[in-house]
Write a protein that binds this ligand. Structure first.
Ligand code: AMP
Length: 288
């Protein structure tokens, strides 16, 4: 496994691989890797001749009041985990390499970026789309794997790839969870023991909704389901604020306002909840 810190060297290597007709599979991350990230690497490893993981905490997707400087980092551990998974290259640039002082180009994906996370974090997806397109151009991958954990991000990237005729296939991989259901996230290290215990209720609440909508075939008031999810989460002392509990078309992210006549519409139920200063997101998709 080789660590690449420069764009020029990385492009040289990936161009040579393409000439040799190698399939490059790519997993973009912000590091502090866990089993969720590694599941994406495994999915890439199955299909690719060469697997590249990027580790870059992208300042552009953090608002000034967010946790960019505090975001957890442990490159040595990440390196070991990647080596164990058979990764071929880690692309690990520094900030100036990606955003030199005169940097001035950004990618904005309209509509799907606006609701949910986009409402609370208005600049976030501009940062995400910009870095992802830059990374695609550098690693020149045939496909890239993203996690369903960040459902809106997956929609934004897919739309960007479609609209800008990007030569990379986008693959979405399922959310990996802890034993108690909490979706794995680099940010889970911020949780104190009590918050950690309460955080498992996010998935319990989503599973409640799944049961109601599938097993019980509930098709009446969506506000009732939202209310029940909210009640369950609010019953936990450390859940200090619910940013949203949302029902959306899983592809277009249009809001689903009624459960009637929803044939062929998969519903994304997503939520964002703060446990003190720690903000967690999670989602499930109800297939119809
Ligand atoms: P991040 O390092 O948080 O930017 O995440 C990098 C990639 O890993 C993104 O595509 C995430 O959606 C994905 N990811 C993060 N957590 C999980 C998880 N628990 N299960 C599956 N994929 C995940």
């Amino acid at each position: 496994m080789k660590i690449l810190r420069k764009i020029s060297e990385t492009k040289r290597i990936t161009s040579a691989l393409i000439l040799k007709k190698k399939t490059i599979g790519f997993v973009p991350t912000m590091g502090y890797l866990h089993e969720g990230h590694l599941s994406l690497v495994k999915a890439a490893r199955k299909k690719a001749d060469v697997v590249i993981v990027s580790i870059f905490v992208n300042p552009l997707q953090f608002a000034p009041n967010e946790d960019f400087t505090k975001y957890p980092r442990n490159f040595k551990k990440d390196e070991k985990l990647c080596r164990n998974e058979g990764v071929d290259y880690i692309f690990y640039p520094d900030i100036k390499e990606m955003y030199p002082d005169d940097y001035s180009t950004y990618v904005i994906v309209e509509n799907v970026s606006l609701g949910l996370e986009g409402k609370i974090r208005p600049e976030h997806f501009r940062g995400v789309a910009t870095i992802v397109l830059k990374l695609f151009n550098i690693v020149q991958c045939s496909f890239a794997v993203f996690g369903q954990k960040d459902a809106q991000q997956a929609c934004v990237i897919k739309k960007m790839a479609e609209d800008l005729n990007v030569n990379t296939k986008i693959i979405i991989s399922p959310t990996i969870r802890e034993k108690d259901g909490l979706a794995m996230s680099s940010r889970n290290v911020y949780l104190n023991p009590e918050q950690r215990e309460d955080a498992a209720y996010l998935y319990k609440a989503l599973e409640y909704a799944r049961r109601k909508l599938t097993l019980e075939n509930y098709n009446r008031d969506i506000e009732f389901i939202r209310g029940q999810i909210s009640k369950l989460i609010k019953s936990r002392k450390t859940a200090t604020k619910i940013d949203y509990i949302s029902f959306n078309n899983s592809r277009t992210l249009e809001e689903v306002k009624t459960l009637k006549n929803l044939k062929n519409t998969d519903i994304l139920i997503s939520l964002a909840v703060r446990f003190g200063k720690v903000r967690l997101i999670d989602n499930i998709v109800i297939k119809r």
